[in-house]
Design a protein around this ligand. Sequence first.
Ligand code: SUG
Length: 445
Amino acid sequence: MKYIEANFDGLVGPTHNYSGLSVGNVASIKSANQASNPKAAALQGLKKAKALADMGLTQGILAPQERPDVYTLKKLGFTGSDSQVLEKAFKQAPMLFNACCSSSSMWAANAATVSPSPDTLDRKVHFTAANLIDKFHRSIEHESTSQILKATFPSEKHFTHHQALPSHTYFGDEGAANHTRLCQNYGVKGLELFTFGESLQDCNLPKPKLYPARQKREASEAIARQHQLSPSEVFFIQQNPNVIDEGVFHNDVIAVGNRNVLFYHERAYLDENKIFESINNLLNGTLELIKVPLAEVPISDAVSSYLFNTQLIDSNNGTMRLIAPMECKENPRVYDYLCELMTHNTAVKEVIYFDVKQSMQNGGGPACLRLRVVLNDDELAATNQSTLLDDDLFLRLSDWINKHYRDRLEIEDCVDVELLNESRTALDELTQILNLGSIYPFQLG
Ligand code: SUG
């Protein structure tokens, strides 16, 4: 049976804005209060997705969430009509208001952790929606995320959807951003590498001093259990706490893997050598490590350029490509490194740069925008076909964005109930385009 790695990109929602909500995420804090351009953001993401589809990869689309989230504001005690709820929250609790307006579900790498069927005991594809409890604006995503994932991967025969882990600090979970599957081929049992920032049970492990370690080891362990992974094929590795303090808030800001290749920074992990040795043995000596030295790329350049938030993808001739943000080209040290890498004897033979600046300014690069799902022919056939990106869907979604999205947004604009109405009209139409059924709270009544 043939297996492929599909990418499902999160569509940027109509309220994309810069609110400085993510302490520890340098770009989010730096961009706070700038005006955003939701239309450009959505089109940039869609063009990147279409380019991958044109390269022959299977590319899907994940719908955005309903924002502003008036339901959460109501749970927090704001009363009255939607318009009154928005006005009261904006005046009385601007931080809560901003959190409920974020379009952060666009970073699909944080939507869930996915284990493909070759790795799981029951041979189903397992999804666990991420609880994202470290940041309030992201902790309100997981229920809708589950709805969207179920509408995208509906077949109970092939897909198992687990609810997010309990919302307790023990189980802080950021989804696939801290999860890498290494394998010789997509269709054979892979090794699942879970990177954690902190363990609450093992207090002797070092912790970051400045910024939160969002992913907890206890969360990764729970996911490995519920995905029915075999313990000998699962590895837990600690992220270097010092780099968290330098702005590496997810492992995918400092490492990316595909099949047998891991591209990572020298300072990404703690005590990685033994684990990499075991992985290499299990992969019959085929593990290819591309380690980027600190002397060539300082952490600050890795963080500002998102060198590691690239997508490492297969190209047709058995080599690999990096899908990088334009910021990697604009950073002389990083660009020099990438040019030099092309002359080395590694699997990576090409770098293609994309403008995803609207997302980058909130700390989300090309790899943040996608959720990877390894699927065989039957599983792909059981996936909602209307979510798979082809020329027709690309045109329909481009028209949809151009019709419904604003090209300038400041957070104050979200108080206007008209934006909520525009957003609902757009999402209602989107559920028809993507054949999702009724998934949004405003549709469910
Ligand atoms: O969770 N930014 C996101 C960026 C997520 C990037 N994802 C991965 N690395 N996989 C976050 O910090 C900023 C929102 C704001 O400030 O308006 C934000 O949520």
